[in-house]
Design a protein around this ligand. Structure first.
Ligand code: KG4
Ligand code: ZN
Length: 339
């Protein structure tokens, strides 16, 4: 294998777990480029269509990688290793990124580093300052996951709580579908919520410990809207901002209430959020207020590191490189993957 001892550590990272094709370059732990190609093809379907996602990844991956290398001013021959998302995610989407990473690593004779997508969302906090100190708690909220994680080191994480049904992002996206909004509805609900008031209340689900549940909320929103639409068939159109503000306020309160219990029971005062839903303005402001009230430190990633991106995969791959954690060419993608 290509021996680059003593030289700079330059890693190309690839992310293709869902509907974003992304490549990033990290040099000695510093992100030099982070290219993301979004797939608008899913908007009209109310969710990601796996077959269309893998086709778009195939079309996007070569230009995205080329641009990431170009932005960083790095050539393929300078690479020390290739990091890639092994899972969890959509199998057809993962296959594109994993196959690409394996082929390039083989042709350049450099090592491969597998990365866990949710672990990387958390390590996105080390892409820029301020960086949390260990141990910290991270509420990881995306389209597929909702977790409270205790982070003791870069590669030492323990899940304290998780959703027993839908993820927080799904709660936003499914509500959006009911409201007739395109996918992904999270950012649109966020935008309308900023113009509205949370005047409608939806009950908070009772779930044991630090676990979450969002499927009941979706049902109660649906029943509420059906009832209102019977009385006034323009109810949704005329009250969109207030409906969005109310839904968002409830999702945020469910998340922050559990996060508060986790912090108080563990005595950890460094509190972070990560994943696509951490781009939500209600959650960001809610966390800031909560931490101010309790005297805790909050950590919120920059927008470009909230939703899926290869920059976070690069940070994780760099830590694994330092720890000597490589994987062989026999590696296959994993739709479900333990942290
Ligand atoms: O982490 P991510 O990009 O992909 C997954 O790993 O799932 O998260 C995507 C999720 C989607 O459900 C999307 O609606 C949600 O993040 N999202 C938001 C916002 N931006 C993205 N949800 C609420 N408010 C936002 N501003
Ligand atoms: Zn994600």
């Amino acid at each position: 294998m290509n021996d680059k001892k003593g030289e700079k550590v330059i890693i190309l990272a690839i992310e293709s777990s869902c509907d974003d094709t992304s490549a990033a370059v990290i040099v000695d732990g510093e992100i030099k480029s982070n290219r993301i190609a979004n797939q608008s093809v899913h908007e009209q379907y109310g969710g990601v269509v796996p077959e269309l996602a893998s086709r778009a990844h195939m079309a996007n991956i070569v230009p995205v990688v080329k641009s990431a290398l170009q932005d960083a001013g790095v050539t393929q021959s300078e690479l020390s290793a290739i990091g890639f998302t092994r899972g969890p995610g959509l199998l057809g989407s993962l296959i594109v990124g994993v196959s690409f990473a394996k082929s390039l690593a083989l042709s350049l004779d450099i090592p491969l580093i597998e990365v866990h997508h949710m672990n990387a969302h958390i390590l996105a906090h080390f892409a820029e300052d301020p960086k949390p100190k260990f141990p910290f708690l991270c509420l990881t909220v995306s389209g597929g996951h909702t977790q409270i994680v205790r982070v003791d080191d870069y590669l030492d994480m323990t899940i304290l709580g998780t959703t027993i049904d839908d993820a927080a992002g799904e709660a936003f996206d499914k509500t959006g579908k009911i409201l007739g909004l395109p996918y992904p509805a999270g950012p649109i609900i966020d935008k309308y919520a900023r113009e509205g008031e949370a005047i409608y209340t939806f009950t908070e689900p009772k779930v044991d410990g630090l676990n979450f549940s969002f499927s009941g909320l979706k049902t109660s929103i649906m029943h509420f809207l059906q009832k209102q639409m019977k009385k006034d068939d323009q109810f949704i159109n005329n009250n969109m901002n207030n409906i969005c503000a109310s839904v968002q306020a409830r999702i945020v309160s469910i998340l922050l209430n559990k996060l508060t219990i986790a912090a108080e029971s563990s005595n950890i005062t460094q509190i972070a959020i990560a994943g696509g839903v951490s781009a939500n303005s209600g959650l960001r402001n809610g966390l800031i207020d909560l931490c101010q009230e309790k005297g805790w430190n909050h950590f919120i990633p920059a927008f470009q590191y909230c939703t899926d991106n290869a920059g976070m995969i690069a940070v994780s791959a760099y830590q694994k490189y330092l720890a000597g954690q490589f994987i062989g060419q026999e590696v296959t993608p994993k739709a479900r993957m333990e942290m």
